[in-house]
Structure formats: C-alpha cells, structure tokens
Design a protein around this ligand. Structure first.
Ligand code: FEO
Length: 398
C-alpha cells in the first residue's frame, strides 16, 4: 500500500518523489530532489493526467492502485511528452490496454517517435472538452512552454488547472502535497532556478499562455513538479509573469572567472563600489565554483550584471564564455551590464564583452576596466567607479 493524496472531490495526487537523481536533464543539480507529479480523477470515467519518469514506475503504480484498485483507467491525458513525465507511458498502455490516450496532433507524433506506438487515441485541439461525469475538462494549447506539444487541462467543475511544467519547481514533496501543507521556503528560489534554466528561453510563449489562462477562474494549480498551488496562486502567476517579461529586482550579480586570483580581486573591488553606493543585493559568483544554473537564476532575479574575465587564448575565460552563450540562448532582456578583465601579454576580454552587449542590446554602464597582470591603484579606482556608476543607474530604475 502506498497511499495517494486526496486533493479535492474525485481528484487525487499520484505523483512520486525522486531523491536519487543528482542532475535533472543530466545537467541541473537537484540538492532537494524533484517530484514528478501526476493526477488521477476517479469519476464515472477515470482519467490519469500525465505519468512519471520511468525509474519511479513502481511507486507510481502503487499509488494508482491505492485510488482505483483493479478498476481500469479510461483516459490517459498527456499534457507534456518530456520523458520525466511521459517516461512511463508505454508501461501504462501495457497495463491498461483499453485506455484512450488524449493528446494533440504533436503529442501523438512524439508517442510514435519515442515508443513506436500508435495508441487508441482521442486527438484534441484548442477548447475541446472531455466529460468524465462530474468533472469536465477543457484543453488549451500552450506550445513552447517549453516543448511544442504542451497543453494544459482545465477542470471547470473544481476550477483546477493541470498546468504541465508551468509553475513547477525543483524540490521533493516531503509529506504534504499542497502549498498549505508544506514549508515553502525551499521552493521559491528553486522555482526561479527551474524557470530560468528549463523554461527561460520561452518568455513570449509563457506570456501568451498567461494571457490565455487569465480568463479562467482557478482555485488550484496542479503542476508537473513541486507543490500543488492553492493559497499562493496569485504569487506564482505573478512570478511567472515577471520572469517571462525578464523583469528584475534592484541588485547586481558579479560573475568572474579567475585562474590565479587577479580577476577575482577585481570582482571584489567592483562589488565594494556597489556596496559603498547603497546596493545591498549583491551576489558574487566564481564561474568555476558556482553551478551555472544558480548563476542564471540570480541573473533572472537581479537587474545588473557585471562580468570579469582574464584573456584566455585570445578569448574569454571558458566558463564565462559558456555563461554568456546561455544568456544569449535564453534571450535575457533589459539587463544593465558592466565588465572588466585582466591579461598578461595581450588583452582581448573587453572587445568580447562589448560585442556580447551589442548582440544582447543591453545598456552598458560605466567605463570597462582592464588591468595588465596584478591589480594596481588606477584600475582599483576605476573598478570602484564602475561599481558606483552601476549603483547610481540601479537607483534610477526604482
Ligand atoms: Fe518536467 Fe518539461 O518536463
């Protein structure tokens, strides 16, 4: 027996926790684990909404059994095909051979592509409905949040939005499932890290989805990761709105790469310049020690970014180059940008940072600083000035 959690009416949480996987998508650290959420509506017709990652199949099936026992499942609704959710799909079809899979045109292309299966299917499109008895689901397409086949399902009876990955967070559900049952402290920063790393490129599709969903009355959001949102719905929707507009708080992220400590010293000085001029929210990251997922998350949070790099093979330090590539990929907009660098025989960092800022269409603040070998008095003063200029520009954005 592995009991599911009862959410409301005939709706049950049958998701699972994963505390074994260290890297989500084999890239993003999971210090608090992750949950793969799925839901089971036990109505006149039974409907399973999404499945779980294949390694968690055993727990998942036990939870389903605890709700419906030997009863068959009539529908499997597939809101999202990424394998952390659709991984168990083929096993569910084997166990429930008469199940009808509900998805859109793109969903079925992916089911065939991943599993070589053409299931018994109900293909739905925008606004189509499915009557389960007491519950009636309406389907809305949410393409590129963050895959092309993504759709969400809305239960008009209980006013529940099954939102696919949207509003999801890293972090397991330890005992409780709803936001009212959990200490939410660990989830807020993990939600931003999830958004900035997994969904961050797709600000415009997220805005389109939020606009579409704003017409719905929603009492509960059932995401595919993290807490079920009830009392904090307004907050999570506002956060998604903020992040998908690339809006940020007052504060600065200083990121540097440094082999022997000279560029690191420059980073400390520029941060002092920020602090001396009234900025409290300052985060310094050594790009070789902080995982990029945390750096990206902080850059989504704060308005200013100051980067520093030594010249390395006439290029930027590789970790810094990699970070800039990720920012460019995500199309991060509207950051205030400052930069500095160091070199031993020929400096190249400033022109690389300048061309990055041009491509991003970011506002460059203050005068870039470049030092040859060890940090000396003139460059120290220039770095303090750079920090001051950024602090003053940040204050103007209040
Ligand atoms: Fe949680 Fe896009 O999968």
């Amino acid at each position: 027996m592995f009991p599911a959690a009862h959410l409301t009416g005939k709706v049950n949480y049958v998701g699972v926790n994963d505390r074994k996987t260290h890297l989500f998508e084999n890239m993003w650290p999971l210090p608090h684990g992750v949950s793969y959420n799925a839901y089971l509506i036990d109505d006149e017709k039974t409907a399973l909404i999404d499945t779980v990652e294949i390694g968690q199949l055993n727990h998942f099936l036990k939870k389903i059994d605890s709700v419906i026992g030997n009863k068959p499942i009539d529908y499997l609704i597939v809101n999202h095909m990424e394998p952390d959710h659709a991984g168990s799909l083929a096993q569910i079809l084997l166990r429930y051979p008469n199940i009808t899979v509900v998805g859109n045109k793109k969903t079925f292309g992916m089911i065939e592509g991943y599993f070589g299966i053409v299931p018994k299917k109900l293909e739905v499109a925008e606004g189509h409905t499915l009557n389960l008895g007491h519950h009636k689901l309406t389907f809305y397409m949410a393409p590129m949040v963050h895959w092309p086949e993504v759709m969400v399902s809305y239960d008009a009876t209980e006013k529940i939005l099954f939102s696919a990955d949207a509003f999801g967070t890293f972090g397991t559900l330890d005992g409780g499932v709803k936001d009212t049952e959990l200490d939410l402290d660990k989830y807020w920063s993990e939600m931003r890290r999830y958004y900035s790393n997994i969904v961050g490129k797709y600000g415009s599709p997220v805005q389109a989805a939020l606009k579409k969903l704003s017409a719905l009355e929603i009492n509960m959001i059932c995401s595919l990761h993290g807490p079920v949102w009830t009392q904090d719905i307004d907050k999570v929707v506002a956060l998604y709105d903020q992040w998908s507009r690339y809006e940020a708080e007052e504060g600065a992220v200083v990121v540097y790469g440094s082999m022997y400590g000279h560029t690191e010293e420059m980073a400390e000085v520029v941060a002092r310049g920020l602090s001396d001029n009234g900025i409290k929210n300052i985060v310094i990251h050594d790009v070789s020690n902080s995982h990029e997922s945390y750096i990206l998350s902080d850059i989504f949070r704060y308005k200013a970014l100051i980067t520093g790099s030594p010249t390395y093979s006439n290029e930027l330090y590789p970790g810094i180059q990699n970070l800039l590539h990720k920012l460019e990929t995500r199309g991060v907009r509207g950051r205030l940008f400052g930069y500095f660098g160091s070199y031993t025989w020929a400096g190249a960092t400033l022109r690389h940072f300048e061309s990055f800022a041009e491509r991003m269409k970011w506002e460059v603040i203050g005068s870039p600083v470049e030092e040859k070998m060890a940090l000396k008095a003139d460059a120290t003063q220039a770095l303090l000035e750079l920090g001051k200029a950024m602090a003053e520009r940040l204050k103007q954005t209040e």
